[in-house]
Every structure is written in structure tokens, then in C-alpha cells.
Design a binder for this molecule. Structure first.
Ligand code: HEC
Length: 141
């Protein structure tokens, strides 16, 4: 758990760096994850806040001012249909409401972070698609 907290802190710093400078990192960062499966990405980048189950109860959740969203009820809250496009654009960093203004949210803007960590646009795209598909599998009925 300690290392997860640290990884999250480093990630948040990366998010800042990634939005400020456009320099690309080779794949030598300890935050670079080779696996592109949705489950692995979720465990590595998201579970510290959202919990492995996606319910919003990860180990660092209680340290945040804004509680991480419960990602298992996105479909239920959207008349039973999983809001795939909205989640995808949120992860790409295109969703206006959330995280548009720096400091307004504790949810990192992932698109720039993934692009910073991974020199391949194709891999970044696939990682986000797989994450969205994985979150869809976490939905409660
Ligand atoms: C540092 C903690 C943290 C991490 C790590 C994190 N999130 Fe979040 N996330 C949040 C918080 C806090 C919110 C609620 C933001 C708000 O309400 O302003 C949120 C909200 C969301 C939402 C919006 C849910 C809704 O109700 O519309 C999605 C989707 C999401 N996160 C997905 C992810 C994914 C996928 C990852 C991993 C790539 C991730 N998050 C990693 C903290 C985090």
C-alpha cells in the first residue's frame, strides 16, 4: 500500500509535468506499464483511489478532498447503459466539466500522463479503450 500511495503521488506530479511540457519519456519510468490489458492498467493506475473493485474505496481515497467516484454505478446512473463515450473522453482529457481547471479536482487527467509515459500513440489509444472496456465489466446491474 505504501508504494501505491507513492506511485499515486508521483503520478500526480507527472500529470502536472505532462501538461506543462510536451517532452516524451522513453519507456524507462517505473510508472510505465508494459501490459495494455484493461485490468492491469486499472490495477496499476486507478485502483489506489478507486479500489480494485472500482467502488471508490482505494487505499488513498480517504486522503483526498474529493472522494473517488464509484465506477461500478456509471451504467445504473445512466439509465442502465454504460456511458462509454463520456468515460473515454474523460480519460483522454477531453471531458470539459471534470479536471478542466487545474486544482478543481483530484482526478488526474490521464491522456497527457499516458502520452508522457508512453511514446506510442497507438498504445495510449489502446490502453484507454481497454480501460473503458474493463470499467464496463465492473458495472453492477
Ligand atoms: C488520485 C486519485 C485518483 C486516481 C489515481 C484515479 N482517479 Fe478517477 N477519480 C478520482 C476522483 C477524486 C474522482 C471524482 C472527481 C470529481 O468528482 O471531481 C474521479 C472520477 C473518475 C471518473 C468519473 C466518474 C463519474 O462519476 O462520472 C472516472 C470515469 C474515473 N475517475 C476513472 C478513473 C480511471 C480509469 C483511473 C485510472 C486510469 C482513475 N480514475 C484514477 C480520483 C482518482
Amino acid at each position: 500500500m505504501g508504494s501505491k500511495v507513492l506511485a499515486t503521488a508521483v503520478l500526480l506530479m507527472c500529470a502536472t509535468v505532462a501538461t506543462v511540457g510536451q517532452a516524451r519519456r522513453p519507456r524507462n519510468s517505473s510508472l510505465f506499464l508494459e501490459s495494455l490489458t484493461g485490468r492491469d492498467s486499472f490495477e496499476f493506475y486507478c485502483a489506489s483511489c478507486h479500489g480494485s473493485s472500482g467502488m471508490g474505496n482505494g487505499p488513498v481515497a480517504s486522503a483526498l478532498k474529493t472522494l473517488p467516484a464509484n465506477l461500478t454505478v456509471l451504467a445504473r446512473r445512466n439509465s442502465g447503459s454504460f456511458p462509454k463515450e463520456r468515460v473515454a473522453s474523460l480519460l483522454r482529457g477531453e471531458e470539459p466539466g471534470l479536471a478542466a481547471v487545474h486544482g478543481s479536482t483530484e482526478m488526474p487527467v490521464w491522456g497527457p500522463v499516458f502520452r508522457f509515459l508512453d511514446p506510442s500513440d497507438a498504445r495510449v489509444k489502446l490502453r484507454i479503450e481497454n480501460l473503458v472496456a474493463y470499467i464496463e465489466t465492473l458495472q453492477v446491474k
